[in-house]
Design a protein around this ligand. Structure first.
Ligand code: GLN
Length: 260
């Protein structure tokens, strides 16, 4: 009996030692560079200069450069993955991603109910883009009941286009996956106008001045922010602190210079 107890005690002691040593081994591994936390960001990369791809298909843009600078400042890393714009918030809600870097309007109550936004980093608005030779459409008010208008799914531009359709002002709201597809439809004459964010329209017109133009006054002021999962205060605080540091140290202005 006595011997049995002793054996049990010894086994217990041996197990405890094994546990202690393995925990110590784990501890020794952390503290290295592998320890830097990596967050997954999602975007819709047909939205240059904010979100686009290079010739090799890598996701690049103002949003990525700014987020990478914030990450470096705050000691974390970010990887980027492409999704349709209307899949970005669901990806965060499902826990499949940590950050949205997508030129996303943060001043939208429906979005604010689902995710938390950083301080905003870029003021924007919507504009109408038409073919260069269009002489009848000179702004939102000139869109008429015989016209098809395209915009990108899940965006503020799509909201506006659907609203024009609901009001009976236009014939059809053509809601497409990518901004580039909207412009293709405009080129083909399938739609008569595209409603899109002003800075993205300007960057497109700068590259294709013979094909399209922006008409009229911008509408619907908005401001872009980065989004995180609801309640992820730790990450949001880091993003906000890093963003402020990038504004204060001139990195933000340098990136504006680089991309616009
Ligand atoms: N700013 C618009 C929005 O928030 C469009 C963004 C985008 O297409 N990436 O809906």
């Amino acid at each position: 009996m006595m011997k049995m107890e002793k054996t049990k005690k010894f086994v217990l002691l041996a197990l405890t030692m094994v546990l202690v040593f393995s925990l110590a081994a784990c501890g020794a591994q952390s503290g290295g560079d592998e320890d830097v936390v990596t967050y997954k960001a999602v975007t819709e990369p047909s939205f240059p200069p904010f979100d686009t791809t290079d010739e090799d298909g890598n996701i690049i843009g103002f949003d990525m450069d700014l987020m990478n600078a914030i990450a470096e400042d705050q000691g974390f890393k970010v990887t980027y993955e492409a999704l349709a714009f209307d899949a970005l918030i669901p990806a965060l809600q499902a826990g499949n991603a940590d950050i949205i870097t997508a030129g996303m309007n943060a001043e939208d109550p429906a979005r604010q109910a689902k995710v938390d936004f950083s301080k905003t980093y870029y003021d924007s608005a919507l504009v109408v883009v038409v073919k260069k030779d269009n002489t009848t459409v000179n702004g939102f008010n000139d869109l008429t009941a015989d016209m098809k208008v395209a915009s990108q799914i899940g965006t503020t531009g799509a909201d506006k286009t659907n609203e024009l359709k609901a009001n009976g002002q236009i014939k059809e709201a053509v809601i497409l996956d990518a901004f580039t597809t909207c412009m293709l439809q405009l080129r083909n004459g399938d739609v008569q106008a595209v409603i899109i964010d002003k800075p993205v329209a300007e960057s497109y017109v700068a590259k294709q001045p013979d094909f399209v133009k922006i008409v009229g006054e911008p509408e619907g002021a908005e401001s872009y922010g980065f989004a995180v999962q609801k309640g992820n205060k730790e990450l949001l605080d880091k993003i906000n602190a890093g963003l402020q540091n990038m504004i204060d140290n001139g990195t933000y202005d340098a990136l504006i210079e680089k991309w616009f």
